[in-house]
Write a protein that binds this ligand. Sequence first.
Ligand SMILES: NC(=O)c1ccc[n+]([C@@H]2O[C@H](COP(=O)([O-])OP(=O)(O)OC[C@H]3O[C@@H](n4cnc5c(N)ncnc54)[C@H](OP(=O)(O)O)[C@@H]3O)[C@@H](O)[C@H]2O)c1
Length: 221
Amino acid sequence: MSTYLVTGANRGIGLEYCRQIKAQGHQAIAVCRETSTELEKLGVTVETGVDITADESVNNFVNRLGNQSIDVLINNAGIAERVTLDDLDFASMRRQFEVNALGMLRFTKAMLPRLQDGSKIIIMTSRMGSIDDNTSGGSYGYRMSKVAVSMAGKSLSVDLKPQGIAVAILHPGLVKTRMTGFRDEAISTEESVTGLLARVEELSLANTGIFWHANGEVLPW
Ligand SMILES: NC(=O)c1ccc[n+]([C@@H]2O[C@H](COP(=O)([O-])OP(=O)(O)OC[C@H]3O[C@@H](n4cnc5c(N)ncnc54)[C@H](OP(=O)(O)O)[C@@H]3O)[C@@H](O)[C@H]2O)c1
């Protein structure tokens, strides 16, 4: 049995990660700002009050964890706000950087003492953060913050390889959650997370730093 820690676990993809991790017989530590009835029903360990944009909140949480070691850290929390060229909302862009890029790095750095040789780190990025794949433009805040988090993930993969820690940068597909307005054409969280957890299994020091679609396709940077 392995111990997985998931941020943004109260809804959407994070909630489904926790459900499937438990169903596979592993321990899930569900980290969120506020819990939800769906999360409480899963019967996993729930840690509330954790805002990844705030040092104190993150450090208090890590202290609460004590000596608990983590096999798989899933950095899933994120936000998406619409920013167009006609309406360049810099406050929104900063918010998206704070959560999507800096928040991931703050949380991961604070968690490093709880990881060990053989642990894995998952960074939930987006294909929207692929420069090569950008043919539709727009989404300045989200796209730029996801490029930044992918780059942070790549640096983490280089820096942590000597410690035996592998890092994957994952795109979940277009998934039916509050973030995407539960769009009809999007795939279910079940389908997405089944693929994502298969990628977690496949991740090793041999392929660390990889940018993967949940379906196994290697994505262009
Ligand atoms: N859905 C998609 O199609 C799609 C596509 C590409 C990438 N992704 C990425 O996949 C991840 C999960 O997305 P989702 O679709 O499941 O989104 P979601 O349903 O909107 O859930 C986002 C989660 O992030 C948490 N969160 C936001 N700000 C936070 C903060 N400051 N501190 C801690 N937690 C915070 C939210 O908590 P609260 O409930 O407290 O707000 C929520 O649990 C995100 O990183 C997203 O960018 C999603």
